[in-house]
Write a protein that binds this ligand. Sequence first.
Ligand code: C2E
Ligand code: CA
Ligand code: CA
Length: 755
Amino acid sequence: MSIFITVMAVLLFLAGSQLMGYLNRSIGQAAVEQMEAEATEYKIRILKQINADFQALNTLAGFIGPEELDDMDGFAKKMEQANENNDFLSMVYLEREGSGVLVTLGQETRTDVTVEDISPEARPLVEQAWEGEAGVSRLFQSELARERVFVYAVPIYDGGKVIGSLSASDRLDIFADILEGNGVMGGNGYLHMVGTDGKMLIRSASDVVSEETDNIFDGPYFSDEEAEEAREAMSGQQPYYSEFTYRGKEYQFFLLPVGINGWYLMCMNTVQEAGAGAYRIARMAQITFLPVIGLMLFLMLYGYNLLKKNNRQLLRLAYQDQLTGAWNLTRFRQLLPESLEQAGGCVAVLNVRQFTFIQEIFGMEQSQRLLRFIKKTADKYLKEGEYVCRDTGDWFYLFLKETEPRRIHSRLITVMNEVAAITEASRSNYQLVLYCGVAIAQAKTRTREDAGKEANDLMTHVMFALDTARGVYQNNIWFYDAQLHKKEELENYVESHMHQALQDGEFHMYLQPKFDLKTGKLSGAEALVRWITGEGRMIYPDQFIPLFERNGFCAQLDLYMVECACRQLREWMDRGLQPVPISVNQSKLLFFQEDYVECLCTLTERFRVPPALITLEILEGIALNNADELNRKIARLQEKGFRISMDDFGSGFSSLNTLGHLKIDELKLDRGFLMNVSNSEDERTRVIMAQMIQMASSLRIDTVAEGVETSSDEEMLRKMGCHYGQGYYYSRPVDVAVFDQAYMTGKKDRSETQE
Ligand code: C2E
Ligand code: CA
Ligand code: CA
């Protein structure tokens, strides 16, 4: 809008100037035209009178013949008559090379005049007339008439031969006007009459030039150049226009040839001095136009400034946090992509631990002061192009143009420590703790679109980092870690989808066979859960079991797995196959559940499966604190017929001593033993393993070795007297159909399954 107005104003200004120029020019033009018109009018009047005089004289000449001249007195009378009728001042008849008659208005008529008696100005004309040529003289001061006159002369013929001349002198009435200067240019001008050579013939009394000059070329009218031009124009009887400055004022004049005797009318325009209407209006317009434009520009600028101020105010309202004066989150989100596009950087979110608590204890005013102090402190350490924003509460977002974690850490911790120190200064007992999450932008050249996406990612990632930072009870900064995030993301998915997945049957039972090391026969299988998502992605138990153990969902899942095992056993029995025992992993949470035994029994009864076909694998950690309670539970389960297996034995803190106290049926040696043995050929591990197997055997506990991967593993275990083996050497956990195909339908021992 402002640009539009400015452009309009400039255009208007240009148009105005143009108009002014045009007006000026046309006024000048008009003045020239007016001068020309005035001069022409005078010229016409002059010519009219001269023509009339000529005509009269010629007519008279036609009547004069030798007969008239015979009677000189009569002729003189006739001339007097004619003189009076024609308003001439005087008339002269002169016979060729002889004498003649002179009649003068109001004087005695003379009949004996010669050419010598008449005015010198008239003489050449008379002589010219004798040669047969009519003419008009210049103006001259007549001694007879005592005024300026001019003379006409015409020849008189007798049968084609010039016998004399008739001349008359006259004043031009019009010259009176010229002299007086009345009525020229409506009172705003005057006329001079000049000769071709610039000689002043009649000088107006109204002349603005006061010096008496005989020739206009001696006056102030021309510069040297102009004089040259003017002389040339006048010698060719051309009109000429020019201007001159006299005593600080400008005048225009026009030189118009009259067409007789090389006479020129010099018309002067004094309008500048006089100030004529049109000119004055134009001048006034010119004078007022500029201030109007100025005023307009001023108003525009004023309006623009007002608008800008308003805009700023609006921006402040929309983008600024009223409490601290920092940007708000909207603005931060807007600025971030721009900043990222220009350079790399990081986003940090700063929180105050237990801010709501602080608000409650210290009150609104104190906590607001704290927030303002945080903003002030952050500002203090910000560099050019960095900024801080506050969302609600104690949520501060910072953008730093820093990508090096150590630098970021040191800069942020400075701010945090300084903020935390405020409580020491105020001598309150409360130890203020801040925590901070940071997400660093990938350093790469990017487009605006990339920057926008990156900004969004940073804003999410920084939240993850903040969540982690929240867990530590001191001023703490946590950097977002993509690896960690993947894990968190999966956990997030697992946690939000587990219930639905269980309902939709996305948890599948895979089976891994166990073999009798003495006979090589299939002795059982372990049920291992696999989560196959709707999109077909397989998620392994390591990725969700620990989480389920934390959130308690494991209990549900484990029971579900027992149900799967029962269903499978039922199916085998229904098909008339000899079922093998299935081991299911049971979490601690489920194991100590009040109605655990009842739940299991409900299942086995529902599927009419002997509980002896179900082995319950519990982790060794379960026995740590409450061996008695555990034994009671084990006893109740064994009473119902279930078998109990201790999983991962040797991986934790349990000792052989523990083993003696627990009434378990089976011991699963942790995979770690075999790994150690094969890796380092560790003799000690070998000894411990052998001891464990021996001791278990003496307690009538079956031993299962996990993680059998090679035939040498198997060989060693067999020598140690271990009963069963389970591991990739035999088979990976496979889905039920594969297991069924490989081990249940006919083929039962591993010599047959291993081609
Ligand atoms: P676990 O009970 O010790 O199960 C044995 C794990 O070792 C299985 O991993 C199996 O695939 C793997 N394994 C078997 N033989 C070999 C071998 O020769 N070499 C190596 N390197 N690994 C072998 P998986 O299936 O990923 O299960 C991991 C753990 O998840 C299990 O350890 C168990 O503690 C837990 N888990 C699996 N299913 C369930 C379940 O239904 N409920 C509960 N509570 N936990 C389960
Ligand atoms: Ca297990
Ligand atoms: Ca195990």
